[in-house]
Design a protein around this ligand. Structure first.
Ligand SMILES: [Zn+2]
Length: 186
């Protein structure tokens, strides 16, 4: 892994680029796409270090830099600062999603939605389990991820970005904190 620093410019709402659908990335990766992957890794990993200049994140999608390519990076640490999940996935496809739903108790957030942006609070219903297939930047091959709960939520948040969707689209505008009986909160 390089120690190179990258210039990170995050696209935020109301920029319409965030509504674009991302396109497949040709494999093997071009040098440009390798640089993009390295930048995503640098950005998210740096964001959770003390004194980082970046807003803390557990993931980023290429479209958040204004680049409509099907790529995202997920980097999740546990309470003890151990890496719980890490993957940079290219051209991901959803294989299956559970009927059962889960949501974060405190709602979701996104680097592309400023903390002062209106109407971003509320439950975001996600499938509690998801199976996703895609090309792993680290393993250099197609891999399959079968994830539940928190990691599954992050996957769905990032997958949405590739479709031009944002978490705020899922909020019940009339009653953002309405909890259906079958919605499991974590
Ligand atoms: Zn996001």
């Amino acid at each position: 892994m390089s120690n190179k620093k990258y210039v990170v410019n995050i696209v935020e709402l109301p920029n319409k680029v965030l509504r674009e659908k991302s396109k497949d990335v040709p494999l093997p990766l071009s040098q440009e796409d390798i640089e993009l992957a390295e930048k995503m890794i640098y950005h998210v990993e740096d964001s959770v270090k003390p004194n980082s200049i970046f807003r803390p994140a557990v993931g980023v999608a290429a479209i958040q830099y204004g680049i409509p390519k099907k790529m995202f990076y997920i980097y999740i640490k546990d309470r003890n600062d151990q890496v719980l999940f890490r993957e940079l996935l290219i051209n991901p496809k959803i294989i299956s999603k559970s009927e059962s739903k889960v949501a974060l108790k405190s709602g979701e957030g996104c680097l592309s939605v400023d903390e002062d942006y209106p109407n971003q609070d509320g439950f975001i219903k996600r499938s509690s389990r998801i199976i996703v297939e895609g090309y792993s930047y680290f393993e250099k091959k197609i891999v399959r991820h079968d994830q539940s709960n928190y990691v599954a939520i992050v996957f769905q948040h990032e997958l949405d970005h590739l479709e031009g969707k944002l978490f705020i689209d899922h909020i019940d505008k009339k009653d953002p904190w309405k909890k259906p009986i079958d919605l499991h909160l974590i």
